[in-house]
Design a protein around this ligand. Structure first.
Ligand SMILES: Nc1nc2c(ncn2[C@@H]2O[C@H](COP(=O)(O)OP(=O)(O)OP(=O)(O)O)[C@@H](O)[C@H]2O)c(=O)[nH]1
Ligand SMILES: [Mg+2]
Length: 497
């Protein structure tokens, strides 16, 4: 096997730790997936889905898949044999590695096979080739030796950097954003989700248009499009301009479509609001266990997968507090470090669900090696969504069955408004439910009424939508002391007259 050893340092070439590095990265230790890796065999649907996916996607010999988007080559990342590259500029060696392992998990989620991983210590990435010149040439050799056809870089690359590196290593170079976009493209199911992803992809593609064409013509030449590569067609300025215009038109169309879909969502939200049903949004890092928690809290059957970005469409479910008060629970798309801003933009309408919630359940994988880092990443995305940062957050420390007790203790003291749960073994769920009930907005109106026995419906409404302080059965009906919304208060008062 060619699982090489490559931890390179500009000044010090003598690090031999590399052997372990590649092995650890390939084992995906410490990725978002890592904590649940061991339960692969037993966990039913997630494991099966992943196998299924691998079986469908792994096609040997089909190394480069090209798709024509407005006659512009847009490359998908699935099916490839890849080498990962990271530049470690600051922080600890461990953090750099965790980041590269996450990249490995993302690459596998996209359906590619990770062959090797390289990490270089540098002050800043090289403006021309990302890695230093010498290292870029070493990378070329590694790529050739293990027969990889793609290099995935653990940062965002400027179009010129990507081209520069491609020119040296002679295979396709893809950055982290493109990889995440590809995963989203594979997972999008709803019409809205698909439109949102396509919009994000086009937005990413637009400034890179020329880059794709040029480097493809240089290194892939005849291989592309059965001998009539873009090089042989000669992409003149005119063609690129034409493509750009087409892409912009397509983007405008997509934006309109997404906008047209938004009102439906808005009305739904509106009706929830006028009915004063409080809403709770579940947010958190990808694979933290958001969908599992939704299932536990609502007896729903939302797809749970040990894969990154399993959920892309917001799912709304009804839930009830222990006292019977109703609220809605929204499952959302997972977050990741440096979520491409193109995606945040495109998914804004879905993310608004989070911004308009009364309460956020911020789910955290407490068994992850860097849970605090995940919290920060999630907060960064939330800061980008209107209104979201002002909403109260309960930090749900999930996967308690796997987490170290010390980690749980550390997280508990760091996040005062937190609760330890396991969606898997269903521990802590009652505490979580109590906490949710406590933090739901209280309906404003206090009523003391006598509800006739014939209006049992109003009484149950008070239980479902309000906060019942006391009830007492009398000869004439039920004496009710409660906090309810204005609408119900009016009805109750009317009925008790
Ligand atoms: N051991 C353990 N595993 C859990 C727990 N909660 C969730 N998982 C597992 O973690 C994996 C991810 O769970 P999901 O609920 O799909 O996570 P998610 O946050 O919705 O993920 P995305 O939608 O992909 O962002 C699955 O394999 C679950 O079975 C838990 O409390 N303990
Ligand atoms: Mg999910």
């Amino acid at each position: 096997m060619l699982f090489g050893a490559h931890l390179t340092n500009e000044k010090d070439q003598s690090q031999i730790e590399g052997q372990d590095l590649a092995a650890r990265i390939l084992a995906r230790m410490g990725t978002a997936l890592q904590s649940t890796d061991s339960q692969k065999e037993e966990s039913s649907s997630g494991a099966m889905d992943r196998e299924e996916r691998a079986r469908l996607r792994r096609v040997d010999g089909l190394s480069t898949e090209l798709e024509d988007v407005s006659e512009v080559e847009y490359r998908k990342i699935r099916l490839e044999k890849v080498v990962l590259v990271g530049v470690w500029t600051s922080g600890t060696a461990e953090a750099a590695e965790v980041s590269l392992r996450e990249l490995a998990a993302l690459a596998e989620t996209a359906g590619s096979q990770v062959l090797d991983a390289v990490l270089q210590r540098r002050q800043t990435p090289d403006p021309a080739t990302y890695l230093g010149k010498g290292k870029a040439h070493e990378l070329k050799e590694i790529v050739a030796a293990c027969g990889a056809d793609t290099v995935i870089v653990d940062s965002d690359l400027a179009p010129s950097q990507r081209r520069g590196l491609e020119d040296v290593v002679k295979v396709k170079v893809v950055d982290r954003t493109a990889l995440i976009l590809d995963i989203f493209a594979q997972h999008a199911k709803s019409r809205e989700g698909k439109a949102q992803v396509e919009l994000a992809q086009l937005e990413y593609l637009l400034p890179r248009l020329r880059g794709w064409g040029e480097s493809m013509s240089r290194q892939a030449g005849g291989r592309v499009a059965g001998g009539a590569g873009i090089g042989s067609r000669g992409p003149g300025e005119t063609k690129i301009e034409l493509d750009r215009r087409r892409i912009r038109m397509r983007m405008a169309k997509l934006r309109k479509e997404i906008e047209a879909m938004a009102p439906a969502r808005k009305t739904m939200r509106q009706s929830r609001r006028t009915n004063k049903v409080p809403s709770v949004a579940i947010a958190g890092y990808t694979n933290a266990g958001k969908s599992s928690l939704l299932n536990v809290l609502t007896d729903a059957d939302v797809m749970v997968q040990d894969a990154l970005f399993a959920t892309l469409d917001p799912t709304v479910r009804k839930a009830k507090t222990l006292e019977g008060r109703e609220y809605t629970l929204v499952d959302t798309v997972g977050f990741v470090r440096n979520l491409p801003h193109e995606l945040v933009e495109a998914f804004r309408s879905s993310l608004e669900e989070v911004g308009e919630a009364d309460l956020i359940l911020h789910v955290l994988d407490a068994a992850h090696p860097d849970p605090e880092g995940q919290v920060e990443a999630v907060k960064t995305v939330l800061a980008d969504i209107d209104g979201a940062s002002e909403i109260e957050q309960i930090i749900v420390l999930n996967k308690a069955d796997l987490a170290e007790p010390e980690t749980l203790a550390r997280l508990r003291s760091r996040y005062p408004l937190s609760v330890v749960v396991s969606a898997k073994s269903q521990t802590g769920i009652t505490e979580l439910k109590e906490m949710i009930a406590e933090h739901l907005p209280t309906p404003a109106k206090e009523v003391r009424v006598l509800v006739p026995y014939s209006r049992g419906d109003l009484l149950s409404l008070a239980h479902e939508t309000g906060e019942v302080i006391s009830t007492e059965h009398t000869a004439y009906g039920t004496k009710l002391h409660a906090l309810v919304d204005e609408h119900l208060a009016e009805k109750l008062e009317h009925a008790s007259e």
